[in-house]
Design a binder for this molecule. Structure first.
Ligand code: KG4
Ligand code: ZN
Length: 349
C-alpha cells in the first residue's frame, strides 16, 4: 500500500483538494472554481474568495475522498499551500489542514505554491528527477509570478529571473480586459488569437542579458494601438469601426500580444537552461496551459521538455499533494502553529 497524501490548495480563487499516492499516482483531483463569481468584477476579489473557500472546502474534501475511494483514516499526511497567495484565502486551507492533521494524528506539511506548480510535472508520465534528471530549468508562470527557477535537486532551488512588473498571467488578464474579452484573460486571449496572425508586431522587453521579465510595456503598447484603431474604449454607437473590423482587430492584437509574451518566455527559459547546463525543462503555473507556449517550448528546446496537462498547470490540490509527498519522504513537516505567508518566494535566499 502506497503512501497517500492529501493536498489542499486555497491560495487564490480555486478551492482544490487532491490525493496522490507514492508522490505521483493521481487518486483524486477536485477543483471548485470561483471564476463565475469573480468574472463580474473582472478580477479576483479577495474578500469574496475567502468566504467562498469557507463554503466550498468541506464539500470539496468529501468529493475528493469519494472520487479516490479513500477513507480519511488511510491518509499518511496532509499537505497544504501556506503561501504565496491571498492571506484570507490561504487561512481556510491551512486551518482545514491543521484540523485534519490533528484529528488524524498525521503530519502537517506546509507547501510553497510555486514549488507545487513545479511538482505538477511529477504527475506526468515520467519522473523528471530520473529522466532527464537534475538540474531542471523551470518556468513558473501564473497570475502572480513569472519565475525562472533552477531546480538542482528535491527542495533545492535558485531563483534566477522574475518579473519586474506584471506577471505573465496578470498581463494576459489585463489585455483581455482592454480587448473586451472575459475573465480569466489567458484562455480568452488564446481563443481570440486562434487562427489570427499577429500582423501588428508588439515590442519584446529583453532587458539586456538579464533573465528578468517585464510585461507592462507590451501591455501599454497594445493599449495605445487599440485606442488608435478605435476599439478602445470598446467600439459602440458612433464608432467609425464596423463590428466585423473590430472583431478582426481584437483577434490580431490578441495574437500579437500572445506571440510577444511567449517568445520572451521561451527565449529566456532556453538561455537559462543553456547557461546552467540543465538536463531538462519544466513548465508550471496557469500560463503553462497556453497552447502556443507549450508548442514553442517543445519546438525550440534541444532538451527534454516536461509540461503537465493544462488541468494540472492551473491551480489544483494534486500538485500540492505531489510536492508534499517529497517533503514527507525527507521527513519535513510543520508544527500546528504554522502561519500563512502571503509573500513566500522560492529559491530567493
Ligand atoms: O497558476 P494559476 O491557476 O493561479 C495563480 O497561481 O495565479 O494561474 C492563473 C493565471 C491567470 O492569470 C490566467 O489568465 C492564466 O493563468 N492562464 C492562462 C491560460 N490559462 C490560464 N494564460 C495564458 N493562456 C492560457 N491558456
Ligand atoms: Zn498558481
Amino acid at each position: 500500500m502506497g503512501i497517500k497524501i492529501l493536498g489542499i490548495e486555497t491560495s487564490c480563487d480555486e478551492t482544490a483538494i487532491g490525493v496522490v499516492e507514492d508522490g505521483r499516482r493521481l487518486r483524486a483531483n477536485v477543483i471548485a472554481s470561483q471564476v463565475e463569481l469573480h468574472a463580474r468584477y473582472g478580477g479576483v476579489v479577495p474578500e469574496v474568495a475567502s468566504r467562498q473557500h469557507v463554503l466550498e472546502i468541506i464539500p470539496v474534501l468529501e468529493q475528493a475522498l469519494a472520487d479516490g475511494g479513500i477513507g480519511l483514516e488511510e491518509l499518511d499526511a496532509v499537505a497544504v499551500t501556506y503561501g504565496p497567495g491571498l492571506a484570507g484565502a490561504l487561512i481556510t486551507g491551512l486551518n482545514t489542514a491543521k484540523a485534519l492533521a490533528l484529528a488524524l494524528g498525521v503530519p502537517l506539511i506546509g507547501v510553497n505554491h510555486l514549488e507545487a506548480h513545479i511538482y505538477a510535472s511529477w504527475l506526468t508520465q515520467h519522473r523528471p528527477d530520473e529522466s532527464p534528471g537534475f538540474p531542471l530549468a523551470c518556468l513558473v508562470a501564473s497570475g502572480g509570478h513569472t519565475d525562472l527557477i533552477l531546480m538542482e535537486g528535491h527542495g533545492q532551488y535558485k531563483l534566477l529571473g522574475r518579473t519586474r512588473d506584471d506577471a505573465a498571467g496578470e498581463a494576459f488578464d489585463k489585455v483581455a480586459r482592454i480587448l473586451g474579452l472575459g475573465f480569466p484573460g489567458g484562455p480568452e486571449v488564446q481563443r481570440a488569437a486562434q487562427g489570427a496572425l499577429g500582423l501588428e508586431r508588439l515590442p519584446r522587453a529583453w532587458l539586456g542579458d538579464s533573465l528578468d521579465f517585464s510585461f507592462s510595456g507590451v501591455k501599454t503598447a497594445l493599449l495605445h494601438l487599440a485606442h488608435q484603431r478605435g476599439i478602445y474604449p470598446l467600439a459602440g454607437a458612433g464608432s467609425t469601426v464596423t463590428e466585423a473590423e473590430a472583431r478582426r482587430l481584437v483577434m490580431e492584437l490578441a495574437a500579437a500580444f500572445q506571440e510577444s509574451v511567449v517568445e520572451v518566455m521561451v527565449r529566456k527559459l532556453l538561455t537559462m537552461a543553456e547557461a546552467r547546463n540543465a538536463r531538462g525543462l519544466v513548465l508550471g503555473g496557469g500560463v503553462a496551459a497556453n497552447t502556443l507556449l507549450r508548442q514553442e517550448v517543445a519546438r525550440c528546446s534541444p532538451l527534454p521538455v516536461i509540461i503537465p496537462p493544462p488541468v494540472l498547470c492551473t491551480d489544483n490540490g494534486a500538485m500540492v499533494a505531489a510536492c508534499g509527498a517529497f517533503q514527507y519522504q525527507r521527513g519535513q513537516q510543520h508544527g500546528l502553529d504554522l502561519d500563512v505567508d502571503p509573500s513566500l518566494s522560492l529559491g530567493d535566499d
